[in-house]
Design a protein around this ligand. Structure first.
Ligand code: FES
Length: 102
């Protein structure tokens, strides 16, 4: 789905495939693949700012831990619903290429 070297260190890379949108992160060299759309209202997390190991949704500000997908901060406006944890995909790396095992 992408090369390890294309993912910025302590940053993210958004990838779209026929199967969906994914957010790949590399935190201290560790590659993690999460679903790429916010669970609240499908905000594109590839445009989210990385803050203290979390990505902040650019739409309503929910934050997700980039290693686990867990919500670390809820939607900024409580009356419009809540975010749920992102799905995390198991990953394999072969010859510098990242693959997910569904
Ligand atoms: S769409 Fe992401 S917090 Fe609302």
């Amino acid at each position: 789905m992408a090369k390890v070297e294309d993912v910025p260190e302590n940053g993210t890379l958004g990838v779209k495939t026929l199967d969906g949108n994914y957010l790949i992160s590399k935190m201290d060299g560790e590659i993690t693949v999460l679903e790429g759309r916010c669970t609240h209202m499908k905000g594109p997390l590839r445009f989210g700012k990385v803050i203290d190991g979390s990505v902040k949704c650019p739409i309503h500000g929910a934050r997700y831990n980039l290693r686990t997908g867990e919500v670390t901060k809820q939607v900024a406006i409580p009356l419009i619903g809540k975010a749920k944890d992102l799905k995390k995909f198991p990953v394999t790396i072969q010859d510098g290429e990242i693959f997910i095992k569904e």
